[in-house]
Design a protein. Structure first.
Ligand code: F0G
Length: 482
């Protein structure tokens, strides 16, 4: 990893790439942003890109591609069956993960659909370090349930534990003993654990999980969507791995798992996804469903251009400089905000920066969706679009009661190689202003609440006229600035 010291002593991560294609951005004034927020029902998923300055909604499908990826896309072999483009990807997966069998799918949740349909029977449980929204939905739709056994520190917002994504091994063994191995559909480890702030697991923890799975004959499935970030953290934070290359760490991870699946919208900086395994038997069990739901086995719903881009993107993920850019930018932002007293998840993880709404605006109760309110407020004062990762992202129980999430977070994703340092500094500046004016932020209430996946489509309204007051304060502090 490039470690370059500044003579000034300032600690600034340095980009090991240059920008060769640009997209023009606009920053509408705050009064227009207020209108846009109302039109979107205070749901950042419903905002239009033309109203947004920095889109920090997600890192999914919006990472910058390399010149080599774009060049490879031009060469793709567009055949329905037997495409040589697909063979290249299959070979790259075998080379990197050591898995002989590969099933292509159109994105990560499509892999989850296949896995859940093949392996989850009604009444079975899937122990995992932490759930992801689409994963849980697929397991539940197939009659299974999810048991989250992240280590206790995983749910502590501030911590110095370098591996908050680790699974609690004692709890894993206890569940298997209590439920019986035949009632465990599979064990799932999510690398770079998304919903708790992009927090990594260690290689050692995965080894322990794998030992337990082997002891009881239970399948170990790895969701490798956020593998790039987790590789960086294993390499930089796990003493036993500091001398290993990224490629060696990747192979050590893969060797411990029965099945690896990923969203290539994240891993490989393209779009698409896949399922990898060393077992012909497991491959044969899943094969039919891929052709049924995704497409023929040599494209799986992906465009061949994207398949070329994944092949190159996966190889680029084996490069220290490539995987360090995102986490280093995130760490810069987290450390700057933390220094200024803004409540953020620590230690810095991958994927993005996570603001802790429970501490940012303790006067807004969970019943008024504090993380959603913070997402609205930040968009209003900056044009930065984040994603609510709190109770709006949960779903009511069968009796219609609210299920409040463990954490109320505003996620500000930092897509890989997309934003510049001055854009991050702008975001930090506006977050700090908002924190100083946090008393003005109020709550939200649903005005349209779909039953399923309400965070995608639901509309909310402010519980008072707090947004107008925030606009007035912004104008009085920042004059006619955008
Ligand atoms: N697993 C993890 C850990 C993810 O973060 C995602 C997507 C998926 C599976 C599903 O993959 O979107 O390709 O179908 N995460 C995106 C996000 C949506 O914004 O965090 P997909």
């Amino acid at each position: 990893m490039a470690h370059i010291k500044f003579y000034s002593g300032e600690e600034v991560p340095l980009e090991m790439h240059k920008v060769r294609i640009v997209q023009k951005l606009s920053l509408p004034h705050i009064e227009r942003r207020l209108e846009a927020l109302n039109e979107a029902g205070n749901n950042t998923f419903l905002l239009k890109n033309t109203d947004i300055y920095l889109d920090m909604l997600t890192d999914s499908g919006v990472n910058a591609m390399s010149d080599k990826q774009l060049a490879a896309m031009m060469e793709s072999d567009d055949s329905y069956a037997g495409s040589s483009t697909f063979t290249k990807l299959e070979n790259k997966i075998r080379d990197i993960f050591g898995t002989d069998y590969f099933l292509p799918v159109h994105q990560g949740r499509a892999a989850e659909n296949v896995l859940a349909k093949v392996f989850v029977r009604p009444g079975q449980v899937v122990p995992m370090n932490y759930h992801f929204t689409t994963t849980k939905a697929h397991i539940c739709v197939n009659g299974g349930s999810v048991d989250e056994i992240i280590i206790d520190e995983g749910l502590e917002v501030t911590s110095s534990n370098p591996f908050k994504g680790n699974m609690d091994i004692a709890k894993l063994e206890a569940i298997i003993q209590k439920r019986g191995a035949e009632n465990i559909a599979f064990v799932r480890v999510e690398t770079g654990t998304n919903l708790i702030g992009g927090q990594p697991h260690s290689l050692e923890n995965l080894r322990q999980v794998s030992n337990v799975c082997n002891k009881y004959g239970v399948l170990l499935v790895l969701d490798a969507s956020l593998l790039a970030d987790n590789l960086y953290f294993i390499k930089t934070r796990e003493d036993a791995c500091k001398q290993m290359s990224v490629r060696e760490i990747t192979r050590a991870i893969a060797d411990l798992c029965d099945i690896i699946y990923f969203s290539a919208r994240k891993l490989g900086c393209a779009r698409g996804g896949g399922i990898c395994t060393r077992s012909r038997d497991l491959f044969m069990k899943m094969r039919e469903l891929v052709t049924l739901y995704e497409g023929f086995l040599t494209y799986g719903g992906m465009s061949v251009r994207e398949i070329e881009a994944i092949t190159v993107g996966l190889e680029e993920t084996m490069d220290d400089d490539m995987i360090s850019q995102g986490p280093q930018f995130i760490a810069y932002m987290v450390n700057e905000l933390d220094r200024k007293g803004v409540p953020v998840i620590t230690p810095p993880g991958g994927l993005g920066v996570h603001l802790d709404a429970k501490r940012f605006i303790p006067h807004v109760p969970q019943t008024e969706y504090s993380a959603g309110a913070l997402a609205s407020a930040l968009f209003l004062v900056s044009g930065v679009r984040g994603m609510e990762r709190g109770s709006v992202s949960e779903q009511r129980d069968d009796d219609g009661n609210e299920v409040y999430s463990n954490m109320e977070l505003l996620r500000l994703a930092v897509p890989r190689r997309v934003f510049t340092m001055s854009q991050l500094k702008y975001a930090i500046d506006r977050i700090v202003w908002l924190y100083e004016n946090r008393a003005l932020i109020g709550g939200l209430k649903f005005v349209e609440e779909p039953k399923m996946l309400r965070f995608f489509f639901g509309k909310l309204a402010p519980t008072s006229d707090w947004q107008h007051k925030l606009v007035a304060k912004f104008r009085s502090d920042l004059g006619d600035s955008l």
